[in-house]
Design a protein around this ligand. Sequence first.
Ligand code: MTE
Length: 321
Amino acid sequence: MSEKINSLAIKSSEITPKQGYLSRRDFIKAAGVMAGSVALAACAPQNSSPAAQVLSTPQDATIGKKVDELGNTVNSFDDITHYNNFYEFTEDKAGVAPLAAKFKTSPWDVEVYGMVNNAKKYTLEDLIKKFQPEERIYRLRCVEAWSMVIPWVGFPLAKLLKEVDPTSAAKYVRFETVTRPDELPGEKNSMYPWPYQEGLRLDEAMNDLVILATGMYGGELPAQNGGGMRLVVPWKYGFKSIKSVVKIELLDQQPATMWSTISSSEYGFYSNVNPQVDHPRWSQATERRIGELQRRDTLMFNGYAEQVAHLYDGMDLKTNY
Ligand code: MTE
């Protein structure tokens, strides 16, 4: 698949200088091919909401006034549900919500298997009953240099991993998104190496910040945000937080991931938010919070250094990007 992508011709009109990525306000088609690879778009929010309002309102309207531990106000429900990266639907951020309206998030089953002593298939109801999701307000920093603050509802992945009991050989966790091309039209686009998959080192996966989100804004998890259930890893670029997860596999080797398969020089396995390591085509030093005009400085590990920096002691974060 990556060979196919690499063989696509590059039009000079598609090449945008680095400065252009930082300042332009229009949406750049994410499938634009540059330097032999498919690019996540560097972008700014669209100004208008799509005509179709496809979601029910959040259950708790007061959530919009909440703040994270750094005092950042949560983004509006409308921003969070209408500005989405979800390539299985479409590469158009505003186009995800209308398409997601028809996506069935119930019933939702998740299989946990591989190097574990208690492999098991769970229904979403099982997981919610067993692990009692709680609210977690996290910053989400996209590799495209925009960010949001999102009030997730979820439970620590560590709780689930402890229950399935990884064997001593297990070192990595692989996550896979549902394959349903009839409901997810993007999965018919053979330019991408579907299914979307992601991975974490087992010790990263066990960190208490990592959650499986089953809800958002006090209600269900909207399909465009990854319902039935999605991973949230707040110190890593947003593409690590894989949506609509149906498979979780424990492995002894580092798994392939969707974006590093497409372009390993641009999207590494670790993908920790790091203002000192630029994307090859744009700076990661600052970001644009959706709903704000001024850019703000990007924080090391997206502001979660205290909880996670120890995971990378002794590692060169420039080469392990
Ligand atoms: N998961 C799947 N399966 N497909 C995707 O296209 N996009 C990723 C991530 N998870 C993506 C995905 C990217 S690039 C980002 S920034 C976040 O989801 C966006 O999450 P949000 O739409 O809930 O804000």
